[in-house]
Design a protein around this ligand. Structure first.
Ligand code: SF4
Length: 454
């Protein structure tokens, strides 16, 4: 039997790029290709690039160079693919360059350079497609592109305006994922709360019912499935209020990833952020009154052009008042082609670093305080890893997204496996993580006679 050609894959960038890689792999696998874990064993190497920041472009170019050096047969795809000339000037030997979400083009390029060997016995795609994430969680992309025009971002230039997937296609994908053992779905896009706007919320048939492509409807339908649903990249448009009761009822996770980026009105204005409202603090308080367990994750940029010390202190106070549970922070970095490059008031690098450090100190204090309030509670967690040598398992709670948030470290975790959902008693906390024991162990220890000092 002729051996199937082997593809090497280097996937860079954000979860959205990861989903693109998964789709490309799924298609190639369905055509009979197999995959190589190293450059040497690959017939061709695909590099899925990121072109968001200049530092990401540099990293992508380096990854292409590494693949060219180690293998020689390289196809480039992803966000940096829109800069074909620059890629070819740096690495003239690449076989093909395709842009973001051009699945067909990249698959065609692979077909051309390493033709597939059809084999009816091996051309089976697993039901959930091939995934680069562990089996128990998956990212699900609901739309491409973005209608906003934030001044520091070039994603709309690269990916175009919002294009929402039909809701039936999204829900069938979710069903397939659940059927193949996925226990947590991360809903992603550039602007999740704008879902359906471009198609005027057009209905499609899911299981015989007409369902509108709306953010709230999507959350309701996912809430009916037996899966943790986590919403990422949500902007606080007024209709976001409608999903908070679903969180209070336990239908979807009480978690919102809202990239606020800043809080000072003048900075938000020059960033041209969507849903930039003066009353966001009141909204957050109202959400917490309905769903007290709500965790908010957010990213912030410090040192944006024109950011004054007053703006920065406003942001620090806002963070404390809003009690943002999970905070990520970037020092502002100019992106080639972004309108923000023309804004006056460059913040010197040392000051950016100083503000970054001050912000992260505040973030750490908030996180430590919020987590300390969880001690003594019994919660469900999803296990990502086990350490047989130490008897520990590394899990996540409903308040932790993979890779970006904290973890729940379970002691006395004998018998617990990756992908298990287990009930644990939280016994301790630190700045970012919780520590726990399985509820069954806690109950057993309760029954033990207490030692009496003589
Ligand atoms: S919302 Fe703003 S930052 Fe996010 S992708 Fe759209 S333009 Fe870029």
């Amino acid at each position: 039997m002729t051996q199937a050609p082997k593809i090497g894959l280097v996937s860079l960038g954000c979860p959205k790029a990861l989903v693109d890689s998964e789709r490309i792999m799924t298609t190639l696998r369905s055509q009979g290709y197999s995959f190589s874990r190293d450059y040497a064993g690959a017939d061709v190497v695909l590099v899925n690039t990121c072109g968001f920041l200049d530092s990401a472009k540099k990293e992508s170019l380096e990854a292409i160079g590494e693949a060219v050096g180690a293998n020689g047969r390289v196809i480039v795809t992803g966000c940096l693919g829109v800069e074909e000339e620059m890629i070819r000037a740096t690495h003239p030997s690449v076989l093909a360059v395709t842009g973001p979400h051009q699945y067909e083009d990249v698959v065609n390029a692979v077909n051309l350079h390493v033709p597939p060997v059809p084999n009816k016995f091996v051309d089976l795609v697993p039901e959930a497609g091939l995934k680069l994430t562990p089996r128990h969680y998956a990212y699900m992309k609901i739309s491409e592109g973005c209608n906003n025009r934030c001044t520091f971002c070039i994603i709309p230039q690269i990916r175009g305006d919002l294009v929402s997937r039909p809701i039936a296609s999204v829900l069938y994908e979710a069903e397939r994922l659940v059927a193949t053992g996925v226990k947590e779905i991360m809903v992603i896009s550039q602007d999740t709360s704008a879902y359906g706007l471009d198609v005027k919320y057009q209905s499609s048939k899911f299981r015989g019912r007409d369902i509108e492509a709306r953010f709230q409807t999507l959350a309701e339908e996912l809430g009916k499935m037996d899966v943790w649903t986590r919403l990422h990249y949500v902007y606080p448009y007024p209709h976001v209020d409608s999903v908070i009761p679903l969180m209070a009822e336990g239908k979807i996770l009480p978690y919102l990833d809202i990239p606020f980026q800043h809080a000072a009105p003048s900075v938000l204005k020059s960033m041209r952020r969507p849903a930039n409202q003066v009353k966001t603090l009141d909204r957050i308080k109202a959400w917490r009154a309905i769903a007290p367990d709500l965790a908010i994750r957010s990213n912030f940029i410090v040192g944006f052009p024109g950011e004054t010390e007053e703006d920065f202190e406003f942001l620090l106070d806002w963070l404390e008042e809003a009690e943002i549970d999970r905070i990520g922070c970037f020092e502002y970095e100019p992106v080639t082609g972004a309108p923000a490059n023309d804004i006056e008031g460059i913040v010197p690098d040392e000051l950016k670093r100083e503000r970054y450090e001050r912000l992260m100190e505040v973030a750490q204090d908030i996180s430590a305080h919020v987590l300390s309030k969880k001690v003594g509670r019994t919660i469900d967690v999803l296990v990502d890893d086990v350490e047989p040598d130490t008897g520990r398992a590394i899990a996540r709670s409903q308040w932790d997204a993979p890779e970006i948030d904290g973890t729940v470290i379970i002691h006395e975790a004998d018998g617990i496996k990756v992908g298990d959902k287990v009930s644990v008693l939280v016994t301790e906390s630190d700045e970012y993580d919780l520590f726990a024991v399985p509820s069954a162990v806690a109950a057993r220890d309760d029954l033990k006679p207490t030692a009496v000092a003589s």
